[in-house]
Write a protein that binds this ligand. Structure first.
Ligand code: ADP
Ligand code: MG
Length: 397
């Protein structure tokens, strides 16, 4: 059932708490390195302001330790400044979350006004899901909107105990969460076929839950990235010095046996003499890699083959880079898959921290149907998990 959205609740003349996910990547000096998560919240924020509401925004940022000096880069000032630029109106950043400054600012807030609270994780009650902290936040506002998809898998106070403080007609999801849930409903349902999953990344162990859930639904699962070598070794191949999870060989073998022909492994590989820029590289065909070499990327034949499959798909979900793409020498496979998704007429969804980073870096993020803003939340959703933060939002009437 679709969830009640911000469209369905009364916001005119009200102070609306919007739990956003402004947990943005930061530069060494604490600047906003990538504002995608801030931009993604704009439709919800503009909608509330246009309907005569006022905004009280809260997010976490980074991993505060409780030491004020060390936590200074995790203050919400920079994200608030960026938001003000993007919204084109003032954003009043306060230096506490539920303290006197926040209370005074929220008290004085008028329709069209915007207050950004301090990092919710500066308060110990946030991670614990403390109801007293949730009640203090609820006291600042009239209603609640969850537009923090990237945090939906966390049972923190601002995600679960806070919405519980409001009557059902005052809780809703925002447009970003709605969009993420829509695409997930497609990916977890019975979509247009062929339905193709492309999976790569660092480890099989991180993705077991996703593979086990998706393999039941997809027509093909195309494998790349370092997890390739665990599968190849499980089949008895020589993998040289490539990354491998020696304790996951039985599991990989089990997946290959139960999935039959659905799992497609690379037919060629880019190997390097060392896992670093500038090392000697060559392409090898077949399942066996030369001893002493490192498997760093899928090869060109595999990239072309995966590209064809993606081009004729109905739906494609991609998680996990095809190689160590952060190093230009090993980026070709990931680039080829990203371009194939961009060109494919299929519904194309990309999720996962590094996968989203890759498609952004190649400048193709707006040429796929959806790039998820949630790394962990996207993967846990694909595993079939349900989140308490969404269970507390009523279904659409
Ligand atoms: P995501 O965040 O998209 O879910 P992962 O966290 O699973 O992806 O994995 C991403 C990382 O995997 C990347 O940083 C990439 O460098 C690494 N990786 C992929 N293929 C290889 C490889 N062949 N050797 C070493 N590292 C790899
Ligand atoms: Mg990752």
């Amino acid at each position: 059932m679709p969830k009640q959205t911000v469209r369905d609740i009364d916001v005119a003349g009200r102070k609306v708490f919007v739990r956003v996910d402004f947990n943005v990547p930061q530069t060494a000096s604490g600047e906003v390195a990538d504002d995608r998560r801030i931009r993604s919240a704009l439709p919800t924020l503009k909608h509330i302001l246009e309907r005569g509401g006022a905004l009280v925004l809260a997010s976490h940022l980074g991993r505060p330790t409780g030491d004020p000096a060390a936590d200074a880069p995790f203050r919400m000032d920079r994200p608030a400044e960026r938001l003000a630029q993007l919204l084109g109106c003032p954003v009043q950043k306060v230096s506490d979350t539920v303290g006197p400054e926040a209370q005074a600012a929220c008290q004085a807030l008028k329709p069209g006004g915007v207050v950004m609270l301090e990092n919710v994780r500066f308060n110990k009650g946030e991670k614990k899901g403390d109801p007293a902290f949730a009640r203090a936040m609820a006291g600042l506002v009239d209603c609640y909107v969850n537009d923090a998809f990237g945090t939906c898998h966390r049972d923190e106070a601002s995600m679960v105990a806070l919405p519980e403080q409001f009557s059902a007609d005052r809780r809703a999801i925002g447009f970003l969460v709605e969009k993420e849930l829509d695409i997930l409903a497609t990916l977890l349902g019975d979509p247009r076929r062929p339905y193709i999953a492309v999976m790569g990344g660092a480890k099989v162990s991180d993705k077991i839950g996703v593979i086990e859930n998706l393999i039941k639904k997809v027509d093909r699962l195309l494998i790349g990235g370092a997890m390739t070598y665990t599968f190849l070794k499980a089949q008895g191949h020589e993998i040289g010095k490539s990354k491998v999870e020696a304790d996951k060989l039985d599991l990989a073998r089990g997946l290959l046996e139960s999935a039959g022909a659905k799992i497609v492994l690379p037919s060629d590989h880019l190997v390097a003499s060392a896992p670093e820029a500038g090392a000697a590289t060559r392409v090898v065909k077949g399942g066996d890699l030369p001893a002493d070499w490192f498997g760093m990327d899928i090869g060109p034949e595999t990239a072309a083959h995966y590209g064809q499959i993606i081009h004729t798909a109905g739906v494609v979900v991609w998680n996990g880079p095809m190689g160590k793409f952060e190093t230009e020498d090993f980026a070709a496979g990931t680039k080829a898959v990203a371009h194939a998704l961009a060109k494919s007429p299929a519904i194309t969804a990309v999720g996962g921290g590094e996968s989203a980073e890759a498609i952004e870096k190649f400048g193709l993020a707006d040429q796929v149907s959806h790039v998820s803003t949630g790394g962990g939340a996207f993967l846990e959703s694909l595993e079939g998990k349900k989140f308490n933060s969404l269970a507390v939002i009523p279904d659409k009437a």
